[in-house]
Design a protein around this ligand. Structure first.
Ligand code: ZN
Length: 339
């Protein structure tokens, strides 16, 4: 039986009114998958047009691109035998985690209201982890020697760790506390926590650029990694714009239901940003690792993989906690309806 024949055995994606309010998206009118279907329905739905299809595919493709890039770099630098490559490998684990959590969330969240909540709590856990991984990568490979000896540098991983958990907690609060139609305050919970970790993880790059432009104590020329890092910052800002603005569907309601609504464009820019981040990191390793080795302490399993693993476990606990919160909220809402 072909995939299309299997798809035909299940309900086709419907209109907004066919699904509970929790699944509604502002200015998206069609392409809503049915709820309460078996898991295979949501997997098969990857091969039919609906309003989450592009969200799922963009981050699945992003995951494969990141895996390919990391595999190439690992081969080039013989990464598995060198502790100086631990930050790169630990950071890459967080990239895969972010992509896979996002892919799973967008693929399965329509299954039920509880799945919807839990899937997005998992998505937030992945975003937080990616923030921590990016902190590890940027501070280890992209820092200027002046930063490498500073107090700020020593705090890099512990602060990144706390901000990672903060992303998971704040975004989960934003999901569990508010009801659709969501107020903008909800987006503020998400934006401020993500911005918090972003400001922290981007410090080494901004600091290096500041030194270059101010010509205070510049040691070298503008190199290829600067171009990549500058582009990754620009791509991140653009992705944030689409995440927060709901453009273009806000301007043309119902016209971008299946392809190119704001969240899908946001995903594409995050993917592009990640590619440029990997390019910038690999260029920094290529150009500056010998110098970095003289300035920084050798990375350990604990301040790379250990931090990522511990943050992953804590984020899973946060997900479990909010899963219980969502469950209680739904029971409460059901009781109110039954009264
Ligand atoms: Zn998403």
């Amino acid at each position: 039986m072909s995939i299309q024949q299997m798809i035909k055995r299940y309900p086709s994606p419907g209109r907004k009114d066919d699904v509970p309010t929790l699944f509604h998206e502002p200015n998206v009118e069609t392409g809503f998958r049915a709820t309460n279907q078996p898991v295979q329905y949501y997997l098969l739905s990857l091969f039919q047009p609906h309003n989450e299809c592009m969200n799922a595919w963009t981050h699945l493709i992003g995951c494969f691109i990141a895996m390919y890039c990391i595999h190439t770099i690992s081969h080039e630098f013989n990464a598995y035998n060198d502790p100086w490559m631990y930050p790169m490998l630990a950071g890459s684990i967080t990239m895969f985690a972010m992509y896979l959590c996002s892919f799973a969330a967008h693929t399965f969240h329509n299954k039920s209201e509880l799945w919807h909540y839990t899937c997005f709590f998992i998505d937030y856990a992945g975003i937080g982890l990616f923030g921590l991984g990016s902190t590890i990568i940027h501070f280890f490979y992209c820092s200027h020697p002046i930063l490498a000896g500073s107090y700020l540098y020593k705090l890099a991983i512990p602060v990144g760790f706390i901000l990672c958990i903060n992303v998971c907690v704040c975004c989960s609060i934003s999901k569990a506390m508010y009801s659709r139609p969501y107020p903008f305050t909800r987006k503020l919970w998400q934006l401020t926590s993500v911005l918090g970790i972003y400001v922290w993880l981007i410090i080494p790059i901004i600091h290096r650029m500041y030194i270059y432009y101010s010509s205070l104590r510049d040691e070298g020329n503008w190199d290829q990694s600067f171009d990549d890092h500058l582009l990754q910052i620009i791509l991140f800002v653009i992705s944030g714009f689409f995440f927060a603005s709901d453009i273009p569907q806000r301007l043309f309601p119902g016209k971008f239901d299946i392809f190119f609504h704001s969240h899908q464009i946001f995903h594409v820019f995050i993917m592009l940003m990640n590619v440029k981040q990997i390019d910038g990191m690999s260029e920094d390793i290529r150009l500056h690792l010998p110098r970095i080795k003289t300035m920084e302490d050798v990375p350990t399993v604990w301040n790379t993989f250990g931090a990522v693993l511990l943050a992953g476990v804590i984020n899973l606990l946060v997900v479990f906690m909010f899963h219980q919160v969502a469950k209680r909220r739904m029971e409460k809402e059901k009781m109110m309806q039954d009264k």
